[in-house]
Design a protein around this ligand. Structure first.
Ligand code: GLN
Length: 484
């Protein structure tokens, strides 16, 4: 049951071959068996899930159910869920129960899906390995000594180990695509503004975007159908119609123009990962695509630009976690300053503090022009590179991450090495473009992801390009042995 696609699960539920309660219980049992080891879930919502499943079963019996009614999923613990803890993997929000649902959660609830629980992540989504979580590291289901990637590492591990058929994630600099790559999943970061950010705890507001983490492009398309759309409660959400993302999955790729950025195949890329990604891209020729080298000359600016913009925005966003408005409050403060200092000192982990300090510095009078303003200028150069490239090609392809999953602890004490894990994903966030990572093969039994970047609002094409590849390959169908 736990290896079935969303389409198969939907058919089974609608035919009455299985009830949503049975399906949900099956996943809860698996979580019970495997979660101690993987640590993929922070909160398992057993009662909540079974209540939703019972309601779904009524709809299924009454034939009023939609496509995804009764199918379980997991939410990254960054989405506010009414009545269920939303911790953002921080001690700060260890006891936080939001009084409302994020728009994404609300829409998915309306579709009749069942929330199994909330998944582990890097604290406030800052990290690439899931090691900054207050609730501890997550294991990669493919190798228990390796990281699952981050920051949506819990969602990635949960889906890869078949502890959820699909999950939500968020991507500020790569946090959907990089863990998808490291865990053999299809992870899509949509265009900035495609999905509402309302109720998604903000890290860097101009970069954050939610998206599906799935086993296939087809599954991702089905969930994206429910997640996408304008929301008057998010001023950055875009008022643009949502196509049916499943409608174009089978379109022919005859004549598709693929661009390969020279800069994505240079120094720092593991040679075996490079060879795997190149072989995957070559496969597209057999589907009728043409491949051409392109240049994104300002790519080298992406990591430094991101590490000014993202910390600057996070320092502002996280100021609400002060022990008064939100967050952990210290014991017996002696005055207001002591309350702020100790509450924040105790509540935030090391990486979050580092980012707040960098961001506060970059935004301070006297340094603003040198750092934040300069970073905004670089950001424009990076996005102009893509605009230029999309004059000549339909999609851009390259690796998602420079290596396969690294070992737990390997980069923990070296922030710059950690930051470089997102070298190929960060630019699309800076430009606001959509990108997807899909399984493309293995190096030493560890998954490798192919990244496909599209033009603004071209998610349907990205999913089509991903799906055609998945029709002729079976990398995405591989599951890690212990969790089959
Ligand atoms: N790894 C990047 C960071 O640490 C990206 C995180 C994300 O996309 N949320 O900021």
């Amino acid at each position: 049951m736990h290896t079935k696609s969303l389409n198969e699960l939907s058919t089974a539920l609608h035919n009455g071959d299985i009830s949503s309660v049975e399906l949900t219980q099956h996943y809860l049992d698996r979580i019970n068996t495997y979660n101690n080891e993987l640590n993929a879930y922070i909160t398992v919502a057993e009662d909540h899930a079974l209540t939703q499943a019972r309601a779904a079963d009524v709809q299924l019996q009454q034939k009023t159910a939609g496509k995804l009614t009764g199918i379980p999923l997991a939410h990254k613990d960054i989405f506010c869920t009414e009545g269920l803890r939303t911790s953002c993997a921080s001690k700060m929000l260890d006891n936080f129960i939001a009084p409302y649902n994020a728009t994404v959660v609300e829409k998915i609830n309306q579709a009749g899906m069942v929330t199994l629980g909330k998944t582990n992540m890097d604290e406030f989504a800052m990290g690439s390995s899931n090691e900054t979580s207050f609730y501890g590291q997550v294991q990669n289901p493919w190798d228990n000594q390796a990281v699952p990637g981050g920051s949506s590492g819990g969602s990635a591990a949960a889906v890869a180990a078949n502890l959820a058929p699909i999950a939500t994630g968020t991507d500020t600099g790569g946090s959907i695509r990089q863990p998808a790559s490291l865990c053999n999943l299809t992870g899509l970061k949509p265009t900035y503004g495609r999905i509402s950010r309302y109720g998604m705890i903000a890290f860097a507001s101009s970069l954050d975007q939610a998206g599906p983490m799935a086993r296939s492009a087809e599954d991702a398309a089905l969930l994206l159908n429910e997640m996408a759309g304008f929301d008057p409660r998010d001023s950055t959400s875009v008022e643009q119609d949502v196509p049916d993302y499943t409608a174009s999955l089978n379109n022919s790729l005859e004549g598709l123009k693929i661009g390969l950025p020279r800069q994505y195949f240079g120094e720092g890329l593991d040679p075996e990962v490079a060879a795997t990604v190149e072989a995957a891209i070559k496969t597209y020729e057999s589907l009728g695509a043409t491949i051409k080298e392109i240049t994104l000359p300002n790519s080298h600016l992406a990591v430094p630009t991101y590490y000014v913009v993202a910390p600057a925005e996070c320092s502002s966003n996280l100021s609400r976690m002060d022990g008064v408005r939100f967050g952990h409050r210290c014991e017996d403060p002696k005055d207001l300053l002591d309350l702020y200092q100790r509450s924040r000192g105790e509540g935030f982990g090391e990486e979050v503090k580092r980012r707040i300090m960098i961001g506060t510095y970059a935004l301070s009078a006297g340094y603003y022009d040198a750092y934040y303003l300069k970073a905004q200028q670089c950001r424009r150069l990076i996005s102009d590179d893509f605009t230029q490239a999309f004059n000549d090609v339909d999609v851009i392809m390259g690796p998602t991450a420079p290596t396969t999953a690294f070992k737990l602890g390997d980069k923990k004490d070296d922030p710059v090495a950690m930051y470089l894990a997102d070298i190929y994903t960060i630019s699309t966030n800076l430009a606001g473009l959509p990108g997807v990572s899909i399984p493309a093969g293995f190096v030493n039994n560890m998954p490798v992801g192919l990244q496909i970047i599209g033009n603004y609002f071209d998610e349907a094409r990205l999913l089509n390009v991903a799906h055609r590849y998945q029709q002729i390959t079976d990398w995405h169908q591989q599951s890690p042995e212990p969790f089959k």
